[in-house]
Design a protein around this ligand. Structure first.
Ligand SMILES: Nc1nc2c(ncn2[C@@H]2O[C@H](COP(=O)(O)OP(=O)(O)O)[C@@H](O)[C@H]2O)c(=O)[nH]1
Ligand SMILES: [Mg+2]
Length: 238
């Protein structure tokens, strides 16, 4: 039987955190009562993440996948294409929620559900600098990519059809893989719903915000050029 959820979690140098986070994730998944499989996709870790992941995955519906070079987007892409669930969900190891998936199950006729940190009903409990970064990123989405979506980072659930159709054409890797997928979905006319969320990360971020800024701006401009070259029209389903 096809599972309802394929949960894709990219992990990088998380050997220390996995023994705490994976049981919590499994507990939350079991509380939903729908069949699922979790894909822990590791690449480039130097702290034995893959071995620890195998250990904590034992006797659970969890598959560990390993690739060579550290790349968040490449890991996500690999995981997205590995499962066969009706919904392909992306979670971070420090940010996931069964409530979000319950909201997904309650929706009809939708291809992409985004847990939007910027939804009016959301409660973002992250530090001010992180919230500001999300605000700037949202501004860039609107200005550079002419997007109506209020958030592309964080938890999302994609229909299997959307993932199979659009993932192969996504060129971005690193942290813009999922943004490009969302923008492609929007431009192709897939049905998108945003739901409010309580954002409470289980630990502080480990990546440098400063390094991310130029990479993000360049990446968004590249997505814009790529889509323009492909002749995409906003709001049309291709
Ligand atoms: N496979 C893989 N996962 C990564 C990589 N970098 C970060 N991650 C994972 O991506 C998720 C988010 O990372 P985190 O450090 O919390 O950054 P944040 O997005 O700023 O909160 C975590 O599950 C990390 O383990 C990478 O290069 N490869
Ligand atoms: Mg995080």
């Amino acid at each position: 039987m096809r599972p309802t959820f394929s949960i894709v979690v990219p992990v990088y140098n998380e050997a220390e955190f996995l023994p705490e986070a994976v049981p919590t994730l499994i507990e939350q998944m079991e509380s939903i009562g729908e069949p699922y499989r979790v894909f822990l996709v590791e690449n480039g870790s130097t702290d034995g993440t893959a071995a620890v992941a195998q250990q904590v995955a034992e006797n659970h519906p969890v598959t560990v996948l390993s690739l060579d070079a550290a790349d968040y987007g490449a890991a996500m892409r690999h995981g997205f294409l590995a499962g066969d669930g009706d919904w392909v969900v992306n979670f971070d190891i420090d940010y996931f929620s069964a409530d979000f998936l319950k909201r997904v199950l309650a929706l009809d006729n939708v291809d992409l559900v985004i847990a939007s940190k910027r939804d009016p009903g959301s409660e973002d409990r992250r530090p001010p600098l992180r919230r500001f970064a999300t605000w700037v990123f949202n501004l860039l989405l609107r200005t550079v990519l002419d997007s109506k979506v209020s958030d592309t980072h964080g938890m999302k659930a994609f229909s299997r059809d959307l993932v199979s159709t659009l993932t192969p054409s996504v060129l971005s890797r690193q942290d813009l893989f999922d943004t490009e997928l969302v923008i492609r979905a929007e431009r192709a006319g897939y049905r998108i719903e945003e739901v409010p969320v309580v954002v409470e990360e289980m630990r502080v971020t480990r990546s440098s915000l400063v390094k991310r800024v130029p990479r993000t701006i360049n990446g968004l401009l590249r997505i814009r050029r790529t889509l323009a070259d492909e002749g995409q029209v906003v709001g049309r389903r291709s």
